[in-house]
Ligand binder design. Structure first.
Ligand code: PMV
Length: 340
């Protein structure tokens, strides 16, 4: 009876969320802009039942260790939704990703967006999209951007109720391709949660925040006008700006002190430099990077074949390179689907 299924996409940020004003409620220091990804999504079914003794989470893709940690986060998130509905029923949650973990696309955004919508649907709560997005944010910050459709802006807001994401343009507004090149599947040393908390340690953090309003405006306008050159330049500069903060945020780790966190690997840098050459030779592509070594290239349809063959040439330079490539286009946000 209290059962619903939701599907939600992962998203890729063009203007990054890096640094939190209040980590307890994932309140970000700045607005961010992203796009939902068509091929990377999570499907989650939530069934509340008064007879269940405990929450049970079946995560089809997770390893055993990840499952235990994930289950605790899922229960904590369900508690938030239970308290809104004023119920105490435990739930059975089944969740499956369309994409493997370790491909450089975080499943926490799609996972917490799908969980939020399925739980809200199962309990029959009548909430606005902004409210659903704000609740998803509590599970994982960037999950709030996986609720609305297409090209999305997360309004940083001032408190719990005013921090949520809205659609800037629907997915069919602009057909761009996001080609993600996964150069390594080794787990990164510094999680994005740690990266957020270390960001203000960088001497350049305030400067980044001073310039972010202008960048948000340029990215917003370039999406509206489908101005690929301005869009690409801004998103590439933005990725480097975020990484400059990470690289200049010193950390005391269990292995000792390090002067900053490098998410790049040599292959990452090779791809970034290659993009500069490709552009000189007429290939219209720009890249962005999240808190990991995966390089996400953006291009329009006319350049896709050329981009893929250039990536292939680099990949085949060394026979042992096990790069994985994923191609996405803009997609809808989270939605309820019929429950099996
Ligand atoms: O939502 P989190 O805590 O995984 O942080 C996401 C951080 C970045 O992916 C690097 C940037 C972003 O805006 O998605």
């Amino acid at each position: 009876m209290f059962k619903a299924t939701a599907v939600a996409p992962a998203n890729l940020a063009f203007v990054k969320y890096w640094g939190k004003i209040d980590p307890r409620i994932n309140l970000p220091c700045n607005n961010s802009i992203s796009v939902n990804l068509s091929e990377a999504f999570t499907t989650t079914t939530v069934e509340f039942d008064p007879s269940y003794q405990n929450d049970e989470v079946v995560s089809v893709n997770a390893t055993e260790k990840a499952s235990t940690k994930f289950s605790a986060r899922v229960s904590a998130h369900l508690n938030r939704i239970r308290s809104i509905a004023n119920v105490s029923f435990k739930a059975r949650v089944t969740t499956e990703n369309s994409f493997p973990s370790g491909v450089g696309i975080a499943s926490s955004a799609s996972g917490f967006a799908a969980l939020t919508l399925a739980a809200i649907g199962a309990l029959g709560l009548e909430l606005s999209n902004n409210q659903i997005s704000a609740i998803a944010r509590l599970g994982s910050g960037s999950a709030c951007r996986s609720i609305p459709d297409g090209f999305v802006e997360w309004i940083a807001g001032k408190d719990n109720d005013t921090s949520y994401a809205i659609t800037l343009a629907p997915p069919n507004h602009w057909r761009i391709n996001i080609v993600s090149v996964v150069v390594s599947q080794i787990t990164k040393k510094t999680s994005s949660t740690d990266g957020h908390s270390l960001a203000p340690m960088s001497p350049f953090f305030e400067k980044r925040l001073d310039t972010i309003e202008k960048r948000l405006e340029l990215v917003r306008n370039s999406i509206r006008d489908k101005d690929f050159q301005q869009f690409g330049r801004e998103l590439e500069k933005e990725a480097i700006s975020m990484h400059a903060i990470a690289m200049t945020s010193p950390i005391e780790t269990i292995d000792g002190w390090i002067s900053g966190c490098y998410y790049w690997l040599p292959d990452t840098l090779e791809l970034m430099l290659a993009a500069q050459n490709w552009r000189t030779n007429g290939l219209n592509t720009f890249f962005t990077l999240d808190a990991g070594p995966t390089v996400h290239f953006i291009c329009q349809d006319d350049d896709l074949t050329n981009l893929l063959s250039n990536i292939d040439i680099l990949k085949n330079k060394y026979p042992l390179r096990e790069w994985r490539i994923m191609i996405n286009q803009p997609s809808l946000g989270a939605r309820l689907i019929p429950t099996k």
